[in-house]
Write a protein that binds this ligand. Structure first.
Ligand code: FA5
Length: 349
């Protein structure tokens, strides 16, 4: 019986099977228990001998059952650990990462270029009054640029600024020369949209004022920007142009080597004396010194959307603001490359 029982115990491959083997031999109605019940029919000597033998058998089977149970529990634990094992060397799940908008990147890049040339970065308001958006920029009420078609007027008589040039006036009104600033920002025009025109778009303005500033300084600054944006062989072209707030005025283009053509970027020129006069009037009204008349300076304003369209081959300006992730995620890129711009000190007026 011992051999038979031990085989059954060792052969039990689940805890349930082991339990039924145990019951079969050691249970209340089990085979070993039945043996004990026969002891009463024996002589005292036989009973002692046989009793000891049955007890020994009982102990052996109990020990074997316990050992088998330990084995089965250990195996179950190992199986569970194996099935739940985590491989910490596997690569993690990639979460979708956001990034800076392509226009933001261009504005940061431009800000960084001019910061390295000693310019301060200034941002300002998009809701503006006529004085700062038009009048002080030598654009009196009769000027064609003030045509209602071009401007979003608010009910209170203010406008959504049509260009970042408003910040030329705002900055000079409260700061003394010499000064060098650039102004990235949003502007608005009441225009039908098409592939190259939006009613909301971005501009990047520059203003330098001091003593003896010349057209050569303007060309140097634009050429420097061109080289930094488009490589050291970039060439700059100036063509005469008219803006009421500069004299002389010039549009500038950069030679786009890859495309073998000129890329019209924006307008520029020497700050018009009427602008300095208007700024001094505004300063005087604030109780500040008239300090700008007789100074010299240059200004420029360009469209960063155009840089992005041509640099990345984006055929339609409306893609920039449509929030289509299929477009935007193409410019997630390396955030480190723009980190210094994000850290550059910025004055908000
Ligand atoms: C101006 O806005 C002048 N303030 C620029 C300036 C500043 C001249 C300082 C002289 C001195 P203009 O309207 O040309 O100029 O606009 C400048 C640039 O903004 C254009 O070259 C073009 O790149 C961009 N732009 C103009 N209108 C739109 C539009 N509707 N959608 C997208 N980009 C536009």
């Amino acid at each position: 019986m011992q051999e038979e029982a031990l085989n059954a115990i060792r052969g039990a491959d689940t805890l349930e099977a082991l339990q039924s083997v145990k019951t079969q031999y050691l249970g209340k109605n089990g085979l070993v228990t039945a043996q004990l019940k026969t002891l009463g029919t024996l002589t005292p000597d036989e009973r002692r001998e046989r009793g000891a033998a049955i007890n020994l058998l009982k102990q052996i089977l109990e020990a074997a059952t316990q050992a088998r149970e330990n084995e089965l529990r250990q195996a179950a634990l190992e199986a569970r650990l194996a099935s739940e094992a985590i491989d910490v060397t596997l690569p993690g799940l990639a979460l979708p990462a956001g990034g800076l908008h392509v226009i933001t990147r261009i504005l940061y890049e431009l800000s960084d270029i001019f910061t390295s040339l000693g310019y301060a970065v200034v941002e300002g308001q998009e809701v503006e009054d006529e004085t700062h958006n038009f009048d002080a920029l030598n654009m009196p009420a009769w000027h064609p640029a003030r045509d209602l078609q071009d401007t979003f007027w608010l009910e209170n008589g203010q406008v959504l600024r049509t260009h970042t040039s408003n910040m030329q006036i705002r900055y000079m009104e409260t700061h003394e020369p010499p000064l060098k600033i650039v102004v990235p920002g949003r502007v608005y025009r009441y225009e039908a949209t098409d592939a190259t025109h939006e009613s909301m778009f971005h501009q990047f303005e520059g203003l330098v004022v001091g003593e003896g500033i010349t057209m050569a300084d303007l060309k140097g600054a634009i050429a420097e920007m061109g080289r930094a944006m488009f490589g050291k062989n970039a060439r700059v072209r100036f063509q005469p142009s008219y803006y009421p707030f500069v004299e002389p005025g010039a549009d500038f283009a950069i030679w786009w080597d890859q495309e073998q053509r000129w890329l019209e970027l924006g307008g520029s020129g020497m700050v018009h004396p009427n602008v300095f006069r208007a700024v001094d009037d505004l300063r005087e009204a604030r109780g500040l010194t008239r300090i700008y008349e007789g100074k010299t300076g240059f200004a420029f304003g360009l469209g960063p959307n155009r840089i992005a369209m041509l640099r990345y081959g984006i055929p339609d300006i409306r893609y920039f603001y449509a929030n289509d992730l299929r477009v935007l995620t193409q410019f997630r890129g390396d955030l480190n490359s723009t980190a210094p711009h994000a850290r550059a000190p910025k004055e908000t007026m």
